[in-house]
Design a binder for this molecule. Structure first.
Ligand SMILES: [Zn+2]
Length: 270
């Protein structure tokens, strides 16, 4: 298991789900189906710890459950095994990164864990890389999808696939599961390499200084190879600003610069 005492453990994950099975009287019917026979289920979750090599990417899949039975089309697919296993992995993470995770991965995991009475996940340690990317570059007119970013940054392409892969997996075809799991792992590897490039911009989310109390280190990468470059100012205080020579991020010192002039508020108090 990956546990690093002096660094944040950052988990990168991506979930794949099985589609809902619904009944409709007519092909062109709009709105709700007559009945949903089965809602979405988590098919597999691929994950990798930030900073570990591409061969370390793992996947937890329904097919690995010793009790798992293929659904045919209308049988029952159970994701309890996947959720139990992933819950243990997530509890070891200081941060969890997923692309569109706030909109999809996290609520999906929460709902299915709730269905299996596994209890809530810890709050506030999720990072939605798509949301963060949009905040920074959203006005540029570019797509924020994983595939587009990976290609633009020269990291790689998503594996092309279609719905028959999902159907074959629901029917328990082992060869299809192998392709499906590789597809999920490949997505996580793409996201991992995007995060490596993107994370120096996440200074407001992750503070590596919390893992190195007492000394000035880069808030992103934890390096102490810092060059002083000017000052970071708030209304009341100044802090030494650094350029991190390791990751090019701009951290600032946690220590306030001693002030030579009395602060404005002190003058007014007289
Ligand atoms: Zn750095």
């Amino acid at each position: 298991m990956h546990i690093m005492p002096n660094e944040p453990n950052i988990l990168i994950l991506d979930i794949e789900t099985f589609p809902q099975l619904q009944l409709r009287w007519r092909f062109w019917e709009k709105g709700r189906p007559v009945k949903t026979l089965r809602g979405n289920r988590v098919a597999n979750v691929a994950y990798r710890w930030l900073g570990e090599g591409p061969k370390t990417t793992k996947v937890v899949a329904q097919i690995d459950d010793p009790n798992w039975k293929a659904s045919g089309v209308l049988g029952e697919l159970d994701d309890e095994y996947v959720l139990r296993e992933m819950r243990e992995v997530i509890l070891n993470a200081d941060y969890v990164v997923a692309h569109y995770g706030d909109g999809f991965d996290k609520p999906m995991l929460e709902r299915r864990m709730m269905a299996h009475r596994l209890g809530p996940l810890p709050k506030r340690n999720w990072i939605d890389s798509k949301k963060e990317f949009s905040k920074l570059t959203g006005g540029s007119g570019h797509s924020q999808s994983l595939g587009e970013i990976a290609e633009e940054f020269g990291i790689g392409k998503k594996i092309e696939t279609n719905i028959s892969l999902w159907i074959d997996c629901m029917n328990g075809i082992k060869r299809a599961w192998k392709d499906f799991n590789n597809y999920a792992k490949h997505d996580v590897d793409l996201l991992h390499d995007i995060v490596v490039i993107f994370c120096p911009y996440w200074d407001t989310i992750i503070n590596r200084g919390l893992w190195a109390p007492g000394e000035d280190v880069c808030t992103w990468c934890g390096s102490s190879n810092l060059s002083p470059r000017g000052w970071y100012r708030t209304k009341a205080s100044e802090f030494r600003r650094y350029l991190c020579n390791n990751c090019l991020h701009w951290p600032r010192s946690a220590k306030r610069r001693p002030q030579s002039v009395k602060a404005f508020s002190d003058v007014r108090m007289r």
